[in-house]
Design a binder for this molecule. Structure first.
Ligand SMILES: [Zn+2]
Ligand SMILES: [Zn+2]
Length: 359
């Protein structure tokens, strides 16, 4: 997945500044959106060309890029770099464009360089918060849902080690296994994660081909989440170790999932009670009768007592949500609405008239 800026610009790796510039000019002309209206591919290409040029025409950035590339530690676009902060074990292009490697590593050590002591903070992954919309019945009854976790999981091939499966690891020649390198800056010794081994202290003889040695895989991973019956919107399900990947073997953050039920055409919820509404004919309301209603546990036949008023509630005990956290099972409530006939047949009218004479 690694981006090759040289390929993007169609120049060899040893191309000089002029060659890069002239190739850039030609490509920009060719892929300019004005010349390719509505062509998304051309637009994407145009952006890539700009990005590549931005790096390759600047000798300092180009040097850093070459270095990263050589060590196979280059991961162009980690999707959600913004909020994480700090060194995450791979290098984001935007960071590189903004300030170069020094700043990326520098962020980590803000306020941590007292008394000449050198230490590297183990960079645990960030916690992730997700809100998922789940259908009413799954929330009410509990179940499993598949969710996509954004950000970067561990690389599935090397399991985060950065090495091709089965490869041996050697001590990192740059940091000699410490995972950090020291630099003198204004009289202070500042230690930074080693960019060669990404702070691991070891380097694989063969870098993982899938992740180019970063140990991380961009993109989404699908995981199954168990939803306890009747979970409320205020509660979060904590899934330990499913947040963002940590750096260099540091633990991953946790994932917190909030469940919001989708609106349902039949059911509505009040606490652990489930509510439905049913229309009943006037005669059933007056004389009583039977009616079939839908509960979350299936269809149930209920008896409507004679003399039922519109808005009356029938309670079906323990046919609601079995919320373990609440310690009891809710009820199902049927709200009855009496339908008053809008049109009467001749016969019906006669009968109603007789009724009213009786009153
Ligand atoms: Zn890998
Ligand atoms: Zn190293």
């Amino acid at each position: 997945m690694s981006k090759d800026y040289y390929k993007t610009l169609g120049v060899p790796e040893n191309a000089d500044g002029d060659a890069i510039k002239s190739s850039y000019r030609e490509l920009v002309k060719k892929y300019h959106p004005d010349r390719n209206p509505g062509d998304n591919k051309a637009e994407e290409r145009f952006k890539e060309i700009g990005e590549a040029y931005d790096v390759l025409h600047d000798p300092k950035k180009r040097r850093q890029y070459d270095q990263l590339r050589k060590y196979g530690a280059y991961d162009p676009r980690r999707p959600n770099s913004g909020g994480a902060g700090g060194f995450q074990g791979n290098i984001n292009m935007e960071d590189l464009l903004r300030g170069g490697m020094g700043d990326i590593f520098g962020d980590l050590f803000g306020g941590r360089r007292g008394r000449g002591r050198q230490r590297v903070r183990s960079q645990a992954g960030q916690d992730l918060n997700l809100t998922v919309s789940v259908d009413f019945l799954t929330v009410a009854l509990g179940g499993k849902v598949k969710i996509s976790v954004p950000g970067d999981g561990r690389c599935p091939v090397c399991k985060g080690s950065g090495g091709q499966p089965g490869t041996d690891f050697d001590q990192c020649p740059v940091c000699e296994g410490s995972g950090t390198v020291s630099q003198q800056q204004g009289g202070f010794a500042i230690s930074r994660p080693c960019s060669r081994c990404l702070g691991r202290g070891v380097v694989p003889r063969q870098p993982c081909q899938r992740c180019h040695g970063t140990g991380r895989a961009p993109g989404d991973t699908a995981i199954m989440v168990t939803i306890p019956a009747g979970i409320s919107e205020e509660k979060r399900i904590r899934i330990p170790g499913r947040g963002e990947a940590g750096e260099g073997g540091a633990p991953r953050g946790d994932l917190y999932v909030r469940v919001v039920p989708k609106a349902d055409g039949t059911f509505r919820r009040e606490g652990n009670n489930v509510i439905t509404e049913e229309d009943i004919p006037l005669t059933t309301a007056v004389l009583g009768g039977k009616l079939t209603t839908q509960t979350i546990h299936g269809e149930v036949s209920v008896t409507v007592p004679a003399g039922t008023q519109s808005g009356a509630k029938l309670r079906l005990k323990r046919k609601g949500i079995a919320n373990k956290a609440a310690g009891r099972t809710g009820d199902h409530l049927v709200i009855l609405r009496v339908s008053i006939p809008r049109k009467l047949t001749k016969k019906q009218r006669e009968l109603f008239q007789k009724l009213s004479e009786l009153d």
